[in-house]
Design a binder for this molecule. Sequence first.
Ligand code: SF4
Ligand code: MG
Length: 323
Amino acid sequence: VLGISRTYRMRSGLFGRAASVHAVDGLSFGIAKGETLGIVGESGSGKSTTGRMALGLESPDQGSVRFDGAPIATPGSSAWRVQRARMQMIFQDPLGALDRRLSVADQIREPLDIHKIGTAAERDDRVHELLQSVDLNDSHGRRYPGALSGGQRQRIVLARALATRPDFLVCDEPVSALDVSIQAQVVNLLIDLQARLGLTMLFISHDLRVVRQISRKVAVMYLGRIVEYGDADDLFARPQHPYTQALVSASPAPGRRSTNRIVLTGDPPNPAARPSGCAFHPRCRHATARCAAEAPQLVALDDQRQVACHLTTGARPKTQDAA
Ligand code: SF4
Ligand code: MG
């Protein structure tokens, strides 16, 4: 059920840390409560910036981010701390997120101490429960991060992120640093926890396979903009944007013939040198003069798919179907 009451919305424009670098430009999306939105794109597409803005860790310089109907509070304020306890983030590098000098149990306990949740005994019980929820046990709790595998460390980061019972979780390339076999375990655990706890998730990855598995909706980003948005299965089965088509054809999938592969040529996206018009035009095999001059808007093709491409949305009307 789509809960409008907890729709997550973001609007931002001209976001830039260094002047004139637009990491994210005119982005607008919502995530319904209990759903997972996947964001895919190459590095430099603005995925991580989007995730950080979603948590209020970076502010858009135009537009606003709303959480559960309310604007994100000013970072550092007491209202923001209350919101932050309900939002957590996990990153690619679990070791960087953990303190090597603290035992695993102490690190999972830390957010409970910070937010003063429960008595000492209740916090111990909660740590035990959290370890179990990520398929670890008390003996892992007594160890230190250096003595654990990459997959175990990411489970610990996850357990700690869940300690305050957040509603919203941003996962930025959470399994990219792990072996493929371990990736599947962590992804399955995330899917399981998401369903069990009713978490709303923003799942950021360059890996289509993983995003497809975990997401209900997917946004494909290119140089700070969403170029395609839709239901995950349908989007990957019938990509409409030339960039999505190239990503899908480059991603190995059982049953797809490699002869259909579209090779992406040209330079990878660079936010500091954004091409005119459609930012993808230097790499697009369908590009026309219009593409270099005019930026396509994100347009609804039907009730679930949106695409930003002159080819797809401009020349869409019936004449094409009839031809
Ligand atoms: Fe390619 Fe033009 Fe569509 Fe951009 S707008 S994706 S350059 S066809
Ligand atoms: Mg990133």
